[in-house]
Design a protein around this ligand. Structure first.
Ligand SMILES: [Zn+2]
Ligand SMILES: [Zn+2]
Length: 273
C-alpha cells in the first residue's frame, strides 16, 4: 500500500506546501484523505487524472481540510465522470455537501446546456463513527476519534492493506485514542504544528501573540511532543505533516528525535512515504 503526501501545509498559504491531503492506494483502489487547497493539481502530479479522482475521506470540517472539495466534485464531473463521488466524513458532512452543491448549481446548469444527456454530478455521503468504515480493493479503512476540540467529532484514519498499516492523524493534540489505534503501525503520518512560528496581526482575535500560541497548543501537537506519540504507538516510521510555513525541517527533526528513536521523515509535497 502506497501513501503519497499531496499537501503537507496548514491554513496559511505556502507556495512550497499545499493544503492538507494524502493519497493512499493499493493497485487501483485509491483513498484520498482531506481536500486541502491545491489538491486537484497535486493528484494530477501524483498521476491521478481528474476522471479517476477517488473517494474522499474527510477528517474534520476545518476549512483547510475541505476547501477544495467543490473543485474535486465539479471538475471530475466536467471531464466526464458520471459515477457518484463517494465522500466519507464526520457528522455534518451531508449538510456541507448540500451547501456546496447549491453553490455549484448555477455553474452545473450552465455547463449542462453545452452537453448532451448529462445528469448533474452525484455525491454519495456517508457520515462516519469510530470503527471500521469501509473495505475496498483489499484495504480496510478504520476511523478513530482524535482530540481537536472544540472541533468534535474529529477523526484520524487507519489503512490496513497489502501487508502494511498506515495511520493519518488528522488534526489533533497528543491523543491517547490515536496511540491505541496506531499500535505497531508501519507508518504514522502525524500533524506537527510549530506554534512558535505563527503570525499575529492586531484584530486577529487573540490579544497577544503569546495568547494565540497558547490557544493553538490546546488543539495541535507541537514538534517536541510528536515523538512521544510515535514512541507510545510503537510506530515503525514517523512522518511529520500539516507544517507551518516558517517551520524549519531540521528543527522539527531534532525536536521529534528527542522522544522517538525510529526513523523520522519531515513531510514534503508529493513525497511517497
Ligand atoms: Zn483542524
Ligand atoms: Zn488543519
Amino acid at each position: 500500500m502506497r501513501a503519497v503526501l499531496l499537501g503537507t501545509g496548514s491554513p496559511p498559504p505556502n507556495p512550497r506546501r499545499r493544503g492538507p491531503a494524502t493519497l493512499l492506494s493499493l493497485g487501483q483502489a485509491r483513498f484520498l484523505v482531506d481536500a486541502g487547497s491545491g489538491v486537484g493539481s497535486q493528484l494530477v502530479q501524483a498521476g491521478v487524472r481528474a476522471y479517476d479522482w477517488p473517494r474522499l475521506l474527510i477528517t474534520h470540517h476545518h476549512s483547510d481540510h475541505t476547501i477544495d472539495m467543490g473543485h474535486l466534485l465539479v471538475t471530475r464531473w466536467i471531464v466526464g465522470q458520471n459515477a457518484p463521488l463517494e465522500i466519507w466524513g464526520p457528522a455534518g458532512t451531508r449538510r456541507q455537501v448540500e451547501l456546496l452543491l447549491d453553490y455549484l448549481a448555477w455553474d452545473i446548469d450552465v455547463r449542462r446546456e453545452h452537453m448532451h444527456d448529462r445528469r448533474p454530478p452525484e455525491v454519495r455521503v456517508t457520515e462516519i463513527e469510530e470503527g471500521k468504515i469501509l473495505e475496498a480493493g483489499g484495504v480496510t479503512v478504520s476511523a478513530f476519534l482524535v482530540d481537536h476540540g472544540p472541533v468534535t467529532p474529529a477523526f484520524g484514519f487507519r489503512f490496513d492493506g497489502g501487508g502494511r498499516r498506515v495511520v493519518v492523524s488528522g488534526d489533533t493534540r497528543p491523543s491517547e485514542n490515536l496511540v491505541r489505534w496506531s499500535q505497531d503501525v508501519d507508518c504514522l503520518i502525524h500533524e506537527c504544528c510549530d506554534m512558535a512560528t505563527t503570525g499575529w496581526f492586531p484584530g486577529c482575535g487573540w490579544p497577544t501573540l503569546e495568547e494565540k500560541i497558547r490557544d493553538l497548543q490546546s488543539y495541535h501537537t507541537p514538534p517536541g511532543e510528536v515523538g512521544r506519540v510515535a514512541t507510545d504507538a510503537r510506530a515503525k516510521t514517523l512522518v511529520l505533516s500539516h507544517l507551518m510555513p516558517a517551520s524549519e525541517p531540521a528543527e522539527l527533526l531534532a525536536a521529534a528525535r528527542t522522544q522517538y528513536a525510529g526513523p523520522v521523515v519531515v513531510g514534503a509535497d508529493l513525497l511517497e512515504v
